[in-house]
Design a protein around this ligand. Structure first.
Ligand code: G3P
Ligand code: CA
Length: 263
């Protein structure tokens, strides 16, 4: 019946745990990533920043202020200094309903630590953030991907910067890429834009806010994947799936797992 058909259609929807299960635990911590795994996230989403001494760490902002007890730019911190920061207590204060004493004092992980913790066959969805601020970021990312022998079949690298993706593509054409897009009003994409993106990327990641069914269908028919961000309620998840998206980013992979099961 209809339910079974729905199940078939939904099971391939890629569930991307955005900054880990960041609705439940402090974003970009090992706990948050583990929770994403447990809540049926298919991918761990990571944002990269680079320290003063050239180490890649996982953090969304260029500044440490929002997600740690420190202040200032990541690029002005050595890794050793970053490691002194508390990356969990802010979450307990901001989200008392999700607070857990275990979150206090969590450290900012390096990309290497994430690879060491989850291994070469985990699905990683890695964003080069502010690549113009960190020349050489792509090369260092690729060095670590190769050092840890990360499975490139299930690895995705994403960026808002087409230039950063071009650099990745030049360095290693085997790395699968997703072009992030940000719309401030009704989303429109031309055939020329899609053709240009297809030269290097396998998909696009637009903000879901201004999407419409026509946009989604156009992208799908071009052969590109489409993973909108960041979708945190079941009603919107359902609507996007009905429009034909192939996956999405969410802070609540548990909710998307339920929608995929028709719950
Ligand atoms: O990477 C998808 C989505 O996370 C892009 O926006 O600002 O959350 O990195 P942002
Ligand atoms: Ca991101």
């Amino acid at each position: 019946g209809g339910k079974v058909m729905a199940g078939e259609k939904y099971k391939d929807i890629v569930n991307v745990a955005h900054r880990g299960a960041s609705g439940h635990a402090p974003e970009h911590t090992i706990i948050s990533y583990k929770m994403g795994e447990k809540m049926h996230g298919d991918y761990i989403e990571m944002d990269l920043q680079m320290t003063k001494d050239g180490q890649l760490i996982v953090m969304h902002d260029e500044k440490v202020d929002r997600t740690t007890d420190g202040t200032g730019l990541v690029r002005d911190y050595t890794l050793q200094q970053i490691k002194q920061l508390d990356a969990g207590s802010w979450f307990n204060e901001k989200y008392p309903q999700h607070a857990d004493p275990d979150y206090a004092g969590l450290q900012v992980p390096t990309l290497e630590e994430v690879f060491q913790t989850f291994g070469k066959n985990k699905n990683y969805y890695i964003e080069t953030k502010s690549p113009e601020v960190y020349p050489g970021m792509e090369k260092e990312l690729l060095r670590l991907i190769n050092k840890y022998n990360i499975n490139k079949e299930t690895l995705l690298v994403q960026s808002f910067s087409a230039q950063s993706l071009h650099i990745m593509h030049e360095l290693d054409p085997a790395i699968k890429l997703v072009q992030l897009l940000s719309y401030k009003s009704n989303a429109v994409i031309t055939n020329e834009e899609m053709a240009a993106i297809k030269e290097y990327a396998m998909g696009v990641g637009p903000n879901y806010t201004y999407l419409n069914q026509e946009y989604v269908q156009k992208v799908i028919q071009s052969g590109l994947e489409i993973h909108p961000y960041t979708v945190n309620d079941k009603e919107t998840m359902q609507r996007l799936i009905d429009w034909g998206v192939t996956g999405m980013f969410t802070n609540f992979p548990d909710l998307l797992a339920e929608v995929k099961k028709g719950k």
